[in-house]
Design a protein around this ligand. Structure first.
Ligand SMILES: NC(=O)c1ccc[n+]([C@@H]2O[C@H](COP(=O)([O-])OP(=O)(O)OC[C@H]3O[C@@H](n4cnc5c(N)ncnc54)[C@H](OP(=O)(O)O)[C@@H]3O)[C@@H](O)[C@H]2O)c1
Length: 320
């Protein structure tokens, strides 16, 4: 056999073995219990969460409250705040599009905790579906205002508090779409890539500060995400006039589908499990994969060429 061919053949085998080991390692890591000897587990910890009206934010806020955390379950709509209050949670207004509401929310937390905050779970966001060529500057700007700039503004208000107290956890609800792209998810993809970039840099800049930044990377999770995406499509994209009119029918079919739109969809509790690890482990992981598609694409991204991965992703997102 040509030695070069044999070399590339061996390299491929090593890549495959590496990939399988990575899957096994990641699955076992994600199922580990938080370190039992972590003394902070036994303290009442405070956490500020955004986007608690529905889905992952609601699930995490409720569960952490029941677990004894001091939870600040924020939401942008008054009726959501009322709903959370009626369920016994501490809740107030926080709209990620509004700098003033972010500032007031942090001040409110400081008032209620005597100036301490153990953790921030950046979660509130939405997905704007649509072909990139159909998205106006305004549509893209709004998507970034909520999913990226609001998160970072909030984080930057919280970091000095954490630095002063000498510990903290920043948990970022990213996505599998923070490291692989699908057609008609360009705006959302771009915001999650941005969150990944900012988080990776923050992790380096916070080294040695006892403040840990963790990214959660869920695949499909049952929530109001698709229902909200339909509203955003109607608000920002003129489907009737688009060159992609036919493909939008597929997008709408997927978004309107009853029950899970894709296989391997998990309930929000799957994310909760990783959030708890990121909160309670002595050294939380920089990244937590959630759902089979995330593990799969995590491996494929490492072993496939861009061209091969593109072919797969284009096919996965072909009808929608
Ligand atoms: N579901 C999935 O398959 C999936 C997969 C990967 C990652 N994620 C991520 O998980 C997080 C939560 O999404 P979800 O699945 O739970 O969807 P969801 O049920 O639609 O919840 C999104 C939350 O974000 C809030 N929100 C939207 N814009 C906001 C703003 N300007 N200010 C404050 N809050 C705002 C929503 O509030 P309103 O009720 O007022 O709209 C809602 O509470 C997001 O970061 C999303 O990117 C979801």
């Amino acid at each position: 056999m040509n030695p070069l061919l044999s070399y590339s053949y061996q390299a491929e085998i090593f890549c495959s073995i590496d990939a399988i080991c990575a899957i096994v390692r990641l699955s076992s890591i994600s199922d580990k219990k938080p370190f039992p000897n972590d003394r902070t587990v036994f303290m009442k910890k405070s956490i500020l969460i955004t986007g608690c009206s529905t889905g992952i934010g609601y699930c995490v806020a409720k569960a952490l409250h029941e677990k004894g955390y001091h939870v600040f379950a924020t939401a942008r709509r008054p009726e959501s705040v009322q709903m959370l209050l009626s369920e016994g949670l501490q809740s107030f207004h926080l709209d990620l599009m509004d700098s003033n509401s972010i500032k007031l929310a942090v001040e409110e937390v400081m008032r209620r905790t005597d100036g301490q905050l153990y953790a921030l779970f950046n979660n509130g966001a939405y997905g704007l579906p649509g072909a990139i060529e159909d998205l106006s500057r305004n549509a893209l700007r709004d998507q970034f205002e909520t999913n990226v700039f609001g998160w970072q503004e909030l984080t930057n208000l919280v970091l000095p508090i954490m630095r002063k107290q000498g510990y903290g956890r920043i948990i970022q609800n990213s996505s599998v779409l923070g490291f692989v792209s699908l057609p008609f998810r360009g705006a959302y993809n771009a915001t999650k890539y941005a969150v990944e970039g900012l988080s990776d840099t923050m992790r380096l800049e916070l080294k040695g500060s006892n403040i840990y930044v963790s990214l959660i990377e869920p695949g499909p999770i049952a929530s109001q995400f698709r229902a909200n995406a339909i509203k955003m499509l109607a608000k920002y994209v003129d489907v009737e006039k688009s060159i992609h009119y036919e493909r939008y029918q597929g997008v709408l079919k997927r978004l309107n589908k009853e029950g899970p739109a894709v296989p391997f969809t998990l309930p929000p509790e799957a994310v909760l499990k990783r959030v708890i690890h990121a909160l309670e482990a002595e050294k939380p992981h920089p990244r937590y994969y959630v759902t089979f598609p995330t593990y799969l694409f995590g491996v494929l991204k490492r072993i496939l060429s861009t061209r091969a991965l593109d072919a797969l992703l284009a096919k996965s997102g072909n009808n929608n």
